[in-house]
Design a protein around this ligand. Structure first.
Ligand code: GLA
Length: 661
């Protein structure tokens, strides 16, 4: 069980370090991530190293029984590096070369940067590979940096040559006949840079795929040299999610020993718990069952525009929610709140107020609870029978310019279907069309905004339905091929025959204007003209030019939702399909805003509501933290989290269903 966070002792005088270790022991901290941004302290000038301070830090931590996740510091090259190698500074799409003074000021394709990164990583590796405190290597920090310089351009061309069999094939894939963009030499191809009007969408898409592969190769370089020094220490890098990040984490997941994820909810009401559940399910799916929360903010939520201090109990609920969804612990950014620097007000386990503070008291309490749970956590067994598709390239394609509506939001669409399942209490996985596709474990697959679809993915979904699976497709799915070329004959070209529908027109709506359906549902933002070619209409539009036309359809076990259904509509629909497909929630009859997640024999119950709630358990249970016998029904206070250890093994029929048989 990892419990701790980013620890930056280089920001503090040495006398604070002893206090740090004492406080870590008091809080039950088991591991800290060290050295993430310490390059300029480790290598003060080119080729001159100072490891003495890090030796003392690691030894102190080891003496305190605290494990170290040791980072390579390559996300933030020191000023001496960028002055010596100005060509390794990133250039943005406007051609502006950035300057050091923040972090991430490097170009991942610059040979000088790659060499310097390998050098510092191997120096660290040689010195600490066998240190007894070392638990894991943490390569770099949040890969995601973007650069459009000439070095990047050269690397991009190499990548394109490997991807496209010939220049003709690239011209075809990128539809360069449009606006006279035909390339007659590889050297003419550029990264997307500031240009006169809309850029070529296939060029933008391939560039983002290239960036993902290019950063992955930088990770793999460091991974392999660290692995060579000590093959038994697991190696990870922390994934960050965000629309600006050109990293296809589903493809990366196979290259790390442990999937580690940073997650910062950015809404302050119960939506933050929904975001937490979403990130936890996504990370578990990347990690095929196991993963680690590497960073989250312990006491704050940075909402869009201001920080929100978490209410009492929220740290524990959110942290345990990640653990319930398979995380091997909870790590935070960061241990001690800094005295200065760009993130001086960012969250910490030891805040500016010091340990005599509400957050540190909650941290100590959480440390005790996680300590008690650690020996009881089994490898994740969260038997989800529902999967939602997640596809980074579709997200990137739907961020482009020139789309039919400015309101298209891939992430929001995926989160909305996940939220509906969360509210229905149904365990959910994600599947990744770019790397999969084994759907045999699932009864229901939900496909929101899967804009780009290859023939293989279309075939896998067709086979899934043919073998009795329930498929629910939302709008803007199956529209284009992997190069963003629209399939002819009506949308959604890849899925028309599975769904038995043909869409002849799109009718994007103004934001906030409701579209009503005749089953009482309401939609926003999106509507379509749907022809039935085998499907039956389950709901029809009631007004405007689409009045009387199908809106939601069904073709055997394949559903199509052409409208931008609201949350209630999605929840109702997915509950109905789950009932038909025999997919139960974790617990029946939960009160509103009470969440239950099962991990092996442990049942995590979270009361996000403002009132006390009673919950019937599927069998008698004990409190996994205190060992107290709970019986078969618990009362859980507002804002509390409770972990119950069920007496019956997983899969044993519950008392109710057993007696009704
Ligand atoms: C990221 C980074 C951290 C820190 C936090 C706070 O996750 O990895 O270094 O900047 O965000 O926003």
């Amino acid at each position: 069980m990892f419990f701790g966070g980013d620890y930056n002792p280089e920001q503090w005088p040495e006398e604070v370090w002893d206090a740090d270790v004492e406080l870590m022991c008091e809080a039950g901290v088991t591991a800290v991530t060290v050295g993430v941004f310490a390059w300029s302290h480790l290598e003060p000038s080119e080729g001159e190293y100072d490891f003495a301070w890090l030796d003392r830090v690691l030894d102190r931590l080891h003496d305190g029984g605290i494990k170290v996740v040791l980072a390579t510091p390559t996300a933030s090259p020191p000023p001496w590096f960028t002055l010596a190698h100005p060509e390794a500074l990133p250039v943005n799409a406007d051609g502006v070369r950035l300057t050091h003074g923040s972090r991430d000021t490097y170009c991942v394709s610059a040979p000088a940067y790659r060499l310097a990164a390998r050098r510092i990583a191997s120096e660290l590796g040689r010195r600490y590979a066998d240190h007894p405190a070392l638990a894991m290597w943490h390569v770099h920090n949040e890969y995601g940096t973007d650069c459009r310089c000439d070095l990047t351009a050269a690397a991009f061309r190499e990548w394109l040559r490997a991807r496209h069999s010939s220049l003709d094939a690239l011209n075809e894939a990128w539809t360069t006949a449009f606006w006279s963009q035909r390339y007659s030499d590889w050297a003419q191809i550029m990264p997307p840079r500031a240009t006169q009007y809309l850029p070529n969408p296939a060029q933008v898409l391939d560039f983002r795929r290239f960036l993902s592969d290019e950063m992955l190769s930088a990770f793999v370089e460091q991974r392999d040299l660290l692995r060579g020094l000590n093959p038994s220490t697991p190696i990870t890098t922390n994934f960050v999610q965000g629309g600006w990040v050109s990293v296809d984490h589903a493809r990366w997941a196979g290259e790390v020993d442990v999937v580690a994820v940073d997650h910062y909810p950015d809404l302050s009401d119960i939506s933050a718990e929904e975001q937490t559940a979403f990130a936890g399910d996504l990370a578990r799916s990347w990690g095929r069952g196991s993963w680690l929360l590497m960073e989250t903010a312990p006491n704050l939520i940075f909402t869009r525009g201001r920080m929100h201090t978490k209410e009492p109990g929220r740290l524990a609920r959110q942290s345990l929610s990640y653990v319930a969804r398979g995380s091997d612990g909870a790590m935070y950014f960061q241990w001690r709140q800094p005295r200065g620097g760009a993130e001086v007000f960012h969250s910490a386990l030891v805040p500016h107020a010091g340990p005599d503070s509400p957050i540190f008291r909650e941290v100590v309490d959480l440390g005790t609870r996680l300590g008690a749970l650690s020996s009881q956590l089994e490898p994740t067994e969260i038997p989800a029978e529902v999967a939602v598709t997640w596809d980074a390239p579709s997200w990137w394609a739907l961020q482009g310019a020139g789309l039919p509506s400015a309101g298209i939001d891939y992430l929001a669409a995926v989160q909305q279907t996940h939220r509906a399942l969360f509210r229905a209490g149904i365990p959910t996985d994600f599947v990744f069309p770019g790397t999969m596709i084994d759907l045999s474990a699932y009864r229901i697959v939900v496909v929101p905004h899967l804009y780009l679809v290859s023939d293989e993915v279309a075939a896998a979904l067709r086979d899934f339905v043919a073998s009795g699976g329930h498929l629910v497709v939302g709008p803007l799915s199956g529209v284009a091929d992997p190069f963003a070329r629209v399939g002819p004959g009506g949308y959604p070209a890849a899925f028309r025959h599975i769904l038995g529908v043909r869409v002849t027109e799109w009718h994007p709506q103004d934001p906030g204007v409701p579209v009503h359906l005749d089953d009482g549902s309401t939609a926003f933002g999106w509507a379509e003209r749907v022809e039935l070619i085998g499907a039956q209409a389950l709901a029809r539009y009631t007004e405007g030019t689409l009045a009387g036309e199908p809106a939601v359809t069904r073709n055997g076990t394949a559903w199509y939702v052409s409208a931008g259904l609201d949350d209630a509509g999605w929840e109702r629909m997915l509950r109905t399909i789950a009932a038909e497909a025999n997919v139960p929630p974790v617990l029946e009859g939960l009160p509103p805003e009470v969440e239950a997640v099962r991990r092996g024999q442990l049942l995590f119950v979270f009361n996000h509501s403002e009132s006390e709630a009673s919950v019937k358990l599927p069998s008698a249970a004990t409190d996994a933290v205190t060992g107290r016998f709970l019986g078969t029904e618990i009362t859980i206070r507002s804002a509390e989290a409770l972990v119950a250890r069920l007496e019956k093994p997983v899969g044993t029929p519950t008392a109710t269903s057993a007696s009704s048989e």
